[in-house]
Design a protein around this ligand. Sequence first.
Ligand SMILES: Nc1nc2c(ncn2[C@@H]2O[C@H](COP(=O)(O)OP(=O)(O)O)[C@@H](O)[C@H]2O)c(=O)[nH]1
Ligand SMILES: [Mg+2]
Ligand SMILES: [Zn+2]
Length: 312
Amino acid sequence: MSRRHSQHTATDSGHKKLPDNAGRIIAHFGKQIIIEDEQAKEHRCNARRNLPPLVCGDYISWYYPDPKSCIIHDLKARSSLLARPDDRGKQKIIAANIDQILIVCSPLPELNEGLLDRYLVAATLTGINPLIVLNKTDLLEQKQLTDYQQRLAVYQHLDYQVIYTSAHEDSAFNQLSQCLHKKTSILVGQSGVGKSSLLNRLLPEVHARIGEVSSATGKGRHTTTTARLYHLLDSASLIDSPGIREFGLWNVSPEQLAQGFPEFVAREDQCRFRNCRHRNEPGCAILEAVEKEEISHERHASYLRILASLEE
Ligand SMILES: Nc1nc2c(ncn2[C@@H]2O[C@H](COP(=O)(O)OP(=O)(O)O)[C@@H](O)[C@H]2O)c(=O)[nH]1
Ligand SMILES: [Mg+2]
Ligand SMILES: [Zn+2]
């Protein structure tokens, strides 16, 4: 306790060196920033003006110039950054240092590979590892489950991890909990696939607290619009906000799009033309691979659909 309240420490040169307390931003609204120190204690902070905009998930250094205030004076390098356009189409950063994006799908609404591919491209382009989660396995007979496993095998061959889970069944749910261990994750996916249900199971105490707050203020569920970092058992963290759940593709060039398909990246330099769009160009290595069934026809068709939508 006393260490955290210590004043600046003088260095040899006589300049003041700031104590380097490590912390992570768990919420940020307006000018208020809530950080968590290494003992998991929360502090309300302000940031020095020379720092870039700070977001949920940032690792920072902070100090107490006096017992009443807490100042963030340094931002650590970010390993990843999640952004989306704001109302005016300008990039708005939502969260930082996310290790994995869980793309939630389900049998109801029916798994849509085209949409899954869009999420995979978006995740790959942010540099964050995507995991495919098929939720609601409790709805499936063994035979139907096998069908989904076959449909998702193409993704496993591309080295995407696929997890089968259910918010309504303990044993299946535990499969999901395990892959969150020691990581910072976010859940994305189409409406109705069960993101909120999974979140409520992962964060039971938070859910209870949100319920209390909204019944007290009468403001309903819109109290949390900014991103917030939550801790789970097993040193897992989860960042959630409506903005994150709307995660998707925007402002992507055709070149970048192809980078979101790992099976294309492996063959791209074999296309005859450098700016090949892998649509109908002669000497296209991707089309050849589709022909030989080395690349899935559906994945290529999905690429063409996304390409057409980006060119609109
Ligand atoms: N059978 C079954 N239903 C689920 C499961 N997860 C969610 N649901 C149901 O699916 C519906 C949509 O869930 P919700 O969590 O709101 O989806 P979200 O839109 O992705 O947040 C709700 O009626 C849930 O009760 C599951 O694992 N199994
Ligand atoms: Mg929801
Ligand atoms: Zn090509």
